[in-house]
Ligand binder design. Structure first.
Ligand code: TPP
Ligand code: MG
Length: 391
């Protein structure tokens, strides 16, 4: 099992600054160690995290809790997700991108804080709101943009589109269009990791709408029974298409769904990337210690409509503004500047680099060809040498 990015950065930062008494590395190390303590989060932490979720709007913390490399990575990753998707939204308007397209804008901290807490060998699976996960895991923006364009150079050979991004190289197992389908699959992936004794885990992300699917309960039950190394993440953005959480069930604190199975479960203020990182670190520690699954309810928000065809008239402007005022990218930017981890000019240079990367991905997609007609017969069951067909 490889070390997490934060562990590596904290180690490097600590040895480089052993003699200088700056706050960030020491704190960063303390946080990493905290994150490694396995604990029963069911009661104490639930209350703590709940209080944090309900707390007044997040501002920059008084002290920086992690080394500067981590904040800069978070900033760059989240900015890439946002700029990439803003461009995708524009291109959709120009009909360069067609079909379904669901943007993650506003939810970036969910993915950035998760990826920083895990190793590159851990597996990730999610629903159709799936551009941000592979971007953070290292899939080339070119391959994702080309997939949105349905071009042959796309990561699913242009045959999947926006909802079916997939990249085995970075352990991103999709991209799934059927609401909740990835929940039993996530448990299955975790089963394979346990069976093969890899020490890796699977993060299975889903929306608040997906938790109303029956298969979730079967998956939770089996995952707990077999203590599978899986972290179930509910990205609760308040709505399933236009239906608010309050209109779908009397159980609106979604993390409590895990408690029926004695699954350690907690809510997380997911507009704050540090809180996401810490919650995922705790869950990962439990999974790797053989203690099984955790359910995390990420309280988040999407700034755009459900998909490109949704004007989002079912919510108020005030509600949107309220979340925008706690924007996770702005918060990280503020922390970086307040603690002088980088200058405004440094951040602008990152922004420029990202702008160029996104532009390059568009040019790559534009120049690429569509799949040829014979591709219809590849990667489907009709393929004669398909490895899983048995006579
Ligand atoms: C089994 C199934 N039922 C219905 C749909 C149609 N549908 C697509 S997205 C969606 C809402 C899901 O919302 P949520 O799980 O909260 O995820 P979010 O889009 O907010 O990320 C629905 C009902 C579907 N794709 N699959
Ligand atoms: Mg939702």
């Amino acid at each position: 099992m490889a070390e997490t990015k934060v562990q590596a950065a904290a180690k490097a930062s600590n040895s480089a600054k052993k003699t200088s008494a700056t706050k960030a590395p020491a704190k960063g190390k303390a946080k990493v160690e905290t994150a490694q303590q396995p604990q029963n989060v069911k009661t104490a932490v639930n209350k703590e995290a709940k209080a944090a979720t309900d707390a007044p709007r997040a501002s920059s913390p008084a002290t920086a809790n992690y080394p500067k490399e981590i904040y800069l990575t978070w900033y760059e990753q989240m900015m890439l997700m946002r700029k990439f998707e803003e461009k995708a939204g524009q291109l959709y308007g120009q009909q360069k991108i067609k079909g379904f397209c669901h943007l993650y804008i506003g939810q970036e901290a969910c993915v950035a804080g998760t990826v920083s807490a895990l190793t590159k060998d851990d597996k990730h699976i999610t629903a159709y709101r799936d551009h941000a996960h592979p971007l953070a895991l290292g899939t080339s923006p070119n391959a994702i943009m080309a997939e949105l364009y349905a071009k042959a150079t796309g990561c699913s050979k242009g045959k999947g589109g926006s909802m079916h991004i997939f990249d085995k190289e970075v352990n991103f197992i999709g991209g799934h269009g059927i609401v909740g389908a990835q929940v039993p699959m996530g448990a299955g992936i975790a089963f394979a990791e346990k069976y093969n004794k890899t020490g890796n885990l699977c993060v299975c992300s889903m929306g608040d709408g997906a938790v109303r699917q029956g298969a979730l309960h079967e998956a939770f039950n089996m995952a707990m029974l077999w203590k599978l190394p899986v972290i179930f993440v509910i990205e609760n953005n308040g709505y399933a298409m236009g239906t608010s959480v309050q209109r779908t069930s009397n159980v609106t604190e979604l993390y409590t769904l895990g408690e029926s199975y004695d699954m350690p479960s907690e809510p997380v203020n997911a507009m704050n990337v540090e809180e996401v990182h810490e919650a995922v670190s705790r869950a990962a520690e439990r999974a790797r210690a053989g203690e099984g699954p955790t359910l995390l309810e990420f309280k988040t928000y999407r700034y755009k409509g459900h998909s490109m065809s949704d004007p989002a008239k079912y919510r108020t402007k005030d509600e949107l503004e309220d979340y925008r005022s706690r924007d996770s990218i702005e918060a990280v930017r503020h922390t970086i500047l307040t603690h002088k981890m980088a200058t405004k000019a440094d951040l602008e240079a990152i922004d420029e680099k990202i702008k160029a990367q996104v532009q390059e991905s568009v040019e790559f997609a534009e120049k690429s060809d569509y799949p040829t007609a014979d591709e219809l017969y590849h990667d489907v069951y009709v393929q004669q040498d398909y490895p899983y067909i048995r006579d």
